[in-house]
Unconditional design. Structure first.
Length: 195
């Protein structure tokens, strides 16, 4: 299916914003994806996550034992993706600056994990999640996201990456932002504080 159908869902729900934004990474951008506005509708969450996991190669999809996403943004993505695959859903959280499994969540040694995200910009949270999973004994076999806005920069070493939507969005360091140069002030619509 064409990714524009999924982008249209973002637009219809007011989840694809245009303006001047401060991202969690500290970068500035002229577009922002507020996936939570879309995922608040269970039918949209189910549709997007099912489409995302159905795009995985068959052998990879069948090997997945559990789906894990970093809190907060990927909790619903993990849940709906796991439901589509018929496996468990877990999430990692920050504890003392590290992404870890909490709340009694555990992985069996070598359990095969699909890491999911809502939106990937730099891949930093995803890499932290992968480290937390590996520390807990899991084996990450793939990463998937609803949106890849990294411009191809997200790198997870040898782990294959399968986004549903690839969105080309410009980002700038604060001191090189053309929007700031024009006198605009960025807004931070997301929920996570700066590092």
């Amino acid at each position: 299916m064409n990714q524009n159908i999924y982008l249209d869902l973002y637009r219809q729900q007011g989840a694809l914003l245009e303006g001047h934004f401060l991202l969690s990474s500290g970068l500035h951008s002229d577009r922002y994806l507020q996936t939570a506005l879309l995922l608040q509708h269970p039918e949209h969450a189910a549709t997007l996550c099912r489409a995302m996991v159905e795009r995985l190669p068959d052998d990879l999809r069948q090997a997945i034992d559990v789906v894990v996403g970093p809190a907060m943004g990927a909790v619903l993505v993990s849940y709906e993706s796991a439901r589509a695959l018929g496996v468990r859903s877990l999430f990692t959280e920050r504890q003392e600056g590290q992404m870890v499994l909490r709340r009694g969540f555990t992985l069996r040694p070598g359990e095969k994990v699909l890491v999911v995200e809502d939106v990937i910009t730099t891949g930093g949270s995803t890499r932290e999640c992968i480290r937390g999973i590996e520390a807990a004994g899991g084996h990450v076999i793939a990463v998937a996201s609803l949106v890849d806005r990294s411009g191809g920069a997200a790198d997870f070493a040898e782990i294959p990456f399968h986004p549903l939507i690839r969105l080309s969005v410009q980002t700038w360091e604060a001191d090189a932002c053309p929007l700031c140069a024009k006198g605009s002030t960025p807004v931070k619509p997301g929920s996570r504080g700066l590092k």
